[in-house]
Write a protein that binds this ligand. Structure first.
Ligand SMILES: CC(C)(COP(=O)(O)OP(=O)(O)OC[C@H]1O[C@@H](n2cnc3c(N)ncnc32)[C@H](O)[C@@H]1OP(=O)(O)O)[C@@H](O)C(=O)NCCC(=O)NCCS
Length: 149
């Protein structure tokens, strides 16, 4: 059985290992653990998705699934959970940077945008300023307001 829940500090070492295996940046994640979602299977961390909140905007980062468990829907499930969390936190626009998964995110409403169009508060994040190469694709999704999520 797979569970998705808020991360705790006990998850951090395994989360960082998962990001390393997935060639994703680890810098700054520890500062956003309370808005990080973690998937567990049989006591092991098998997936993650994290939000960095900046007022009414957020950066979606660290969307990762353990290499042997990809292609079973878990990445989409984690992304949906992260976007539901963003809605609950009254986020209007979610941004992300990706080097390898530009084709994964349009199904959630993300569209490619220029880096300059990203909210300045998000542009100042560690992920934008140092952790992600300048060649990474920036994407944005506007969240519609839904009372039920
Ligand atoms: C991207 C990632 C999270 C997807 O997780 P997953 O559990 O394998 O994905 P799911 O099983 O939920 O979804 C599968 C669908 O996504 C597509 N997909 C998966 N990875 C993709 C990628 N890198 N680029 C484009 N599409 C991708 C599959 O083709 C499939 O499409 P379909 O539904 O049309 O058949 C996973 O491949 C991963 O951890 N990659 C490395 C880390 C990364 O690049 N993260 C994103 C940047 S934050």
């Amino acid at each position: 059985m797979t569970t998705i829940a808020a991360a705790t500090s006990a998850d951090l070492p395994a989360l960082l290992e998962l990001l390393g295996q997935s060639a994703l940046p680890t810098a700054g994640l520890a500062d956003h653990l309370d808005t990080t979602l973690v998937a567990h299977e049989a006591g092991h961390v098998v997936g993650s998705a994290a939000l960095e909140l900046y007022g009414t905007t957020a950066l979606l980062r660290s969307v990762a699934v353990a290499p042997g468990l990809r292609g079973r829907g878990l990445g989409q499930e984690l992304t949906r959970h992260a976007l539901a969390l963003a809605r609950r936190r009254k986020i209007r626009t979610v941004y992300l940077l990706t080097e390898t998964a530009g084709g994964f995110f349009p199904r959630f409403g993300f569209r490619a945008i220029s880096r300059d169009a990203v909210d300045p508060a998000v542009q100042r994040s560690v992920e934008f300023t140092s952790a992600c190469p300048t060649s990474a694709l920036a994407m944005a999704a506007e969240l519609e307001r839904r009372a039920s999520t």
